[in-house]
Design a protein around this ligand. Structure first.
Ligand SMILES: NC(=O)c1ccc[n+]([C@@H]2O[C@H](COP(=O)([O-])OP(=O)(O)OC[C@H]3O[C@@H](n4cnc5c(N)ncnc54)[C@H](OP(=O)(O)O)[C@@H]3O)[C@@H](O)[C@H]2O)c1
Length: 294
């Protein structure tokens, strides 16, 4: 199969497009014909070698954990999916090797859910990792309640845009940090935008003087700073969860959450997709597509 891979840590320049062996399909996995795979910052942080203390790389590594596609071969013990089923997945194993930036990926069923039929493959590919992160942080870590005020940092990004929508759906007031060019976008998601940078705390107090967000009984979680416990917060790392993913797919099917696709690239240009995301300005998701007609 054709795939993107890298054989040493480094910048996007180490990414190569070429032939890789078709993945083997274990008894509790399915072979997915990839239609789209979304870029996540964790992919390029791992490729740079920043995560090597806790995440083993078996080179050559095919990057990517997010996918949408079609089941072409269920494993011997799989009765959840059949050939032809459209699926989405956060296909993370505990080491880096067989990612989603490829024509095929072998995905354990615990990482998959049915794709919402009304949602296209590109948008659907952006849902799993970011949607699961937002959902697990809001509902399992912070346990947000209706009527609470939630502050979402980087509200225009992949995780942030879904966190805004999910927190609104939970009945919360949502304030989201974003650059001025993204304020209208954050409003469309249901959030109240605020500019980040110097003076943020004062701007927040002016917007939300009553809630306990910044007070000792407020709750804080970070997905980007593992040291957050030192100032009273909890660090969260998204887990594959078929039930959570099916729930998210249902919300997407109903139009309660959606994924904004910032830009798409064909698989062979995945390095450019990563370079774009590495600039830190993605609105929604950058997505790579596999063109099966060519
Ligand atoms: N622990 C986990 O399980 C987990 C899961 C997913 C992601 N993450 C991490 O969480 C972070 C966000 O992920 P993501 O996928 O949402 O990234 P992303 O989509 O690449 O985020 C891009 C967004 O970040 C915003 N941004 C950049 N600098 C900012 C700042 N100083 N303050 C506020 N917003 C800023 C940009 O908005 P403007 O253009 O408006 O500035 C842009 O819209 C990354 O570090 C990622 O590795 C962790």
């Amino acid at each position: 199969m054709k795939a993107i891979s890298y054989s040493r840590y480094g910048s996007a320049d180490v990414l190569e497009y070429g032939e890789r062996p078709d993945p083997k399909v274990g008894p509790d996995s399915v072979l997915v014909k990839v239609r789209a795979a979304a870029v996540n910052p964790v992919d390029w942080k791992a490729r740079e070698g920043y995560l090597q203390a806790g995440l083993e790389a078996v080179f050559p590594v095919v990057p990517g954990w997010d996918v949408s596609g079609v089941v072409v071969q269920p494993g011997a013990a799989v009765d959840e999916f059949e050939v032809g089923d459209e699926v989405i997945g956060y296909v993370r194993e505990d080491f880096l090797s067989r990612g989603t930036f490829a024509e095929y990926v072998a995905a354990p069923v615990r990482t998959l859910a049915r794709k919402p039929l009304s949602v296209g493959f590109e948008e659907a590919a952006g849902l799993p990792l970011c949607g699961l992160t937002a959902q697990q942080v809001l509902h399992k870590v912070l346990k947000v309640q209706e009527g609470e005020t939630v502050l979402v940092h980087a509200a225009a990004g992949g995780v942030g845009s879904l966190a805004v929508q999910l927190a609104r759906h939970a009945g919360c007031r949502v304030i989201g940090t974003a650059g001025p060019h993204n304020h209208e976008y954050v409003r469309r998601l249901g959030g109240e935008p605020v500019e980040y940078g110097d003076g943020l705390a004062d701007r927040l107090r002016a917007m939300a003087p009553d809630p306990a967000t910044l007070a000792p009984d407020g709750r804080l979680a970070s997905i980007a700073d593992a040291e957050v416990f030192s100032y009273g917060g909890r660090y969260a790392f998204v887990r594959p969860d078929a039930e959570d993913l099916a729930h998210l797919a249902g919300l997407a099917e109903q139009g309660i959450v959606s994924v904004h696709v910032d830009r798409t690239f064909p698989l062979e240009q995945a390095a450019d997709a990563y370079r774009l995301n590495e600039q830190g300005r993605t609105r929604g998701k950058v997505v790579v597509t596999v063109d099966w007609d060519s």
